[in-house]
Design a protein around this ligand. Sequence first.
Ligand code: SF4
Ligand code: SF4
Length: 427
Amino acid sequence: MSEEYRSMWKDLGLDLEAHDALLAALGQGYKDVFMTQENRPKGMEYFDFVVSQVHGLRVKELLDEKAAGRKVIGSFCVFVPEEIVRAADATLVGLCTGADFATEEVEKYLPRNTCALIKSAFGFKLGKVCPYIESADMIVGENTCDGKKKSYETLGKLVPNLYVMDLPQVKTAGGRELLRTEYLRFKTAVEDLTGVKIDAARLKKGIEIVNNKRKAIHRLAKLRKADPAAISGLDALLINQVFFYDDPVRFTNSVNRICDELEARIAKSEGVFPKGAPRVLLSGCPMAVPNWKLPWIIETSGAVIVGEESCVGERGTRNLTEPKGETVDDLMDAIVERHFKVDCAIFTPNPDRIAHVKEMAGDYKADGVIHYSLQFCQPYIMESIPVEKELESARIPTLRIETDYGSEDAGQLKTRIQAFIEMIGSK
Ligand code: SF4
Ligand code: SF4
């Protein structure tokens, strides 16, 4: 990385030595996982570039935007509505929570048996290695699972600008009202931060930009129904991960470009896996950058991942915000409506998610489902049992995995996954 970037990181208060180590590990991991794939679509070069610049050019862009008066807001969850952020000419970035860092330090603040995702957020802050956390003007924590909401009490003491958003846990009229109240409160907070009054025209524009991003992802998802698969699950996951931090308009154009290429591949029956390769649907906890362990094991064991029922995937992107109405109230209602459909496991009961996993397995012609939970994640571990029961009653083979970000269990996971793939492949 150039001297310019090094001084940028220094100005942000990063620990340069720790940061160098993180980038080196990230770069090597990326090479091992992505660059060893064969016949990748050419359009992936853009996403490779974005990832290579995740701590470089993209951070510089954000800092340039800030210098021009634009605000940056960081988030950990798909319940933070990007439409509202965009409407105020601010930028929303997802904060990486996909790798262990500074674990010893983290465990001075959090119990050891906290999920890796929450620990990762703390590790990136405590280890001083995340330029996004350091450049954010506001970080939004959402009261979803118990682990997150309790950890925000501590995180609020480590970052000066944490904004906590309450969220419903039930899909009732009261739950919807709570979400509406919280989104209105968030809109005011964003207006206060940016000095921009959000009117109907601004909200419409924000909705359009974010919907276009989602539509491009829907197009990509549809193309993954093809056999042979025109794109690997790893590459499709990467695109879903980049969704959270790239410039939205540029991202939308790049996804549409790769979709053009995939359509041409499909017309020629060209694939990255042989026709008839076992097809797997991944379901469960979100996989943030650089959490690629499980998909890498699956796809190097001969199966192709055809969809992700996850917040970094279809759970996060599947519905559009209907831009109906002409007033701020109408449009805010539309944003509430759209997000209230997200079927995160923090909701109880949560039958929509179980129905959605089954529906996706059918739509993407999956031969089996691998349910992935992070260790100590009560909502998804608990829900994996009814998910498995429902799928098995529909004769869809299911494998439940609990893991973390470490590599210690990779061998054991590989053995279990190979056996599962062999079983679904022989059906
Ligand atoms: S799984 Fe739930 S808490 Fe996590 S990002 Fe998704 S909606 Fe938010
Ligand atoms: S829902 Fe699960 S994976 Fe997500 S933060 Fe909570 S415990 Fe961790």
